[in-house]
Design a protein around this ligand. Sequence first.
Ligand code: GLA
Length: 573
Amino acid sequence: MLFGGDYNPEQWPEGVWAADIELMRRANVNLVTVGVFAWSRMQPAPDEFDFDWLDRVLTLLGAAGIGVCLATPTASPPPWFTRAHPDAMPVTREGVRLTHGSRDTYCVNAPAYRTASVRIASELAARYAGHGAVRLWHVHNEYGTACYCDHCAAEFRNWLAARYGDVETLNDAWSADFWSQRYRCWPEVLPPRATQYLANPAHELDYRRFVSDAMLRHYLDQRAVLRRAGPAPVTTNFVLGGWVPVDHARWAREVDVVAIDDYPSSVADHLAERAFAADRARGWALAAGHPDGRWLLMEHAPGAVRDRSGVVRPLPAGGARDAALTYLDRGALGVLYFQWRASRGGAEQWHPAIVPHEGDRTPVFDEISVLGAEVARRVPATVSARIALIHDEQSMWAWQSPHLPTREIDYEAMVRRWHGTLAAGGAMVDVVPVTAPLRRYDLVAAPALYLMPAAAHTALREYVSGGGTLVLTFACGLVDDCSRATPGALDDLIGARVLRHVPLLPGETEALAGVDAVGRRWLDHLEPAGATVLLRTADGRPAVTEHHFGAGVVRYAATDLDERRFTRMLFER
Ligand code: GLA
């Protein structure tokens, strides 16, 4: 069981290191992530490397029996690099080229950045692949910077050419005859930069997929170097959030262990948020074939939560333990924190740490070190869930488009709400991408799965035909993977025709017959064709239907229900 966190000794005078190691032993720390943002220390000038300090850190850690998750520092190129290669700095949608001063300021498609990244990774691999303390490679940090520069434009065209073959097929995929967007040749195609009014949703979606693949190539370039050098497993830490242009289900196949960072945004609901994050990580791991869906919590804040109000609030006593157990019970191979010792200065100097500025005689150090002893005694949990909740990043991205018929559907919030309902009472729920193997589940729920590629249609039909219970809602399967409308695509499965979609106004409700409850946000007008109506609106329209399909059953909610009240009707077989 792994226990520890990010350790940034370069931020402190060397005299502090021995004390750090001593405290780590007291806290039962057995893995620390080193080097994440240390590029300017490792390579102080273009042709100068300095690893002596890192040698000394690794020697100290190794002698104390503490393993190292060694990072490649490519998330933060040094100032000399920026100065020499301004074209490797990212350009925003609006055409603003960003500059040095924070972190994550790079363009993964810039040749100079790609070369420099592989070079520093190769230096690290050559020096440390055989080092006894190195247990895991941590490539980069939280991939997520999207860029819209000319390097990206050129690579985007290559990516599109590989996906669609020719411009005619692209025009068809992007419905390019709308608003005169028909392309004559590849050079006319650009990244979706700032434009006058609504952008083409298919263009936007493909750009996000492209950014994900471009970052994946940057990761794979480094992975190749690290794998060639030695046997230590390689991963990168996934950052969660609607803004992240990473297709995690795809990436999960390329990491030796799925690793996530988790920073809940609500002091009141942090455990529910953590459970959802853990179940997602396990879902990606399962879908990618990692044994038992095991995964690693690479970062979380020790004993505190930054609330969405912006307040960094210490959790009450026991809060850090509750957090850790939430992850460990859901299959985590260990719990790691950001960070070990609080930064003296810099942009994250007020971030919680295991050793805060006030030192080790503090509640947080006490709680984390007691927890370390407890974690050391545990073995990784094996989770076997009977329920799957589909959370699909492509649908999540598609729901973010401003062209939709309503802004009232918050896909992420809806799936989280369903997760809370399905997991109530302690049931384990795998939160999976739609590409996951589904046969093992008794129940699969897929709320608001707006975007459904042909493979998703096939997978859901196979699951139900084989005897599964599937719960769908309004706004499922409205478009294909090119954001083209697919009317009636689910009619055979739900046993009803959707005659029209009626998004409801903010605050508007739809009364339901015979129950003291209402529908919200959306109402499909359904004409049953084989399905039985389980619940109607007050004026007689079907609100929940049930359809036998093959050996299984499909329930369909035509409106947004308080699913906790309707659990039996929706989820029980
Ligand atoms: C992320 C990063 C860390 C740090 C923390 C702060 O997860 O990977 O470097 O910035 O957030 O919460």
